[in-house]
Write a protein that binds this ligand. Sequence first.
Ligand code: SF4
Length: 262
Amino acid sequence: MSIWVLRGLRDGVVTTRWPERPDEYAGSWRGPAAVRPDSAGGAGAEVERLCPTGAIEAFDRLRVDQGRCILCGRCVAARPDLFTWSAGATGPAAAAVARQALVVPQEPETDEAVAAARAALAGRTAALRRSVHVRHVDAGSDGSEEWEIQALLGPVYDIGRLGVFFTASPRHADVLLVTGAGTAGMAGPLRTTYEGMPDPRVVIAVGTDAASGGLLGDRLTGVAGAVPVDVWVPGSPPTPFGILNALLIATGILGYGGKGER
Ligand code: SF4
């Protein structure tokens, strides 16, 4: 009997049941840095200088732009009284339908922008809920996001069970999954891919690099300059659960914040 058969008998079914059932593993992942709700304030420019990507703003109110956070941990280590980690890969902090929603704590007017973006997205993607095909484009990635995307095809996540499949052709794709900091050389191919997709089409920016340029943020600004982004997934890289969460939100299979809408 082969070793793989023995392993199968020993491990049983390893595929997650999420989102139909909660998965403790999904909740155990660390999200981007956030401002502690109980922080006493009083932060100055020295706090901003902790961050290598300029994600921290302490001008009038302390904020973290999670779309710039690469999870280096410097702010949490140096000022645990001000910063903490946001929790989980599938909660409300795991994906945003408006770029400004990644800046926390959110401004009151952000709620309105998020509601408008959600309504517009839901109207466009109502036809996609049964099955979707995904085209991935690397627009200058360091390769870390690709590892996490690849994991979605393995036995633990098995995205085919949710009707999500990858395709090599933009003509067959409903969702454009974009990774990377948005290099100039990839702007044209990315745009061509987007224009080759039929309507309705949804764009997901996967990871901090795609959202803002990440560590290269002084030279590159992410992928939104080339294609209109519908869903933003922070993280460097985001976890497979985070990417799957965004895919299901983008296609209306899952509600924003992880609530099922099937
Ligand atoms: S974890 Fe690192 S990148 Fe993220 S906000 Fe803190 S210092 Fe900046």
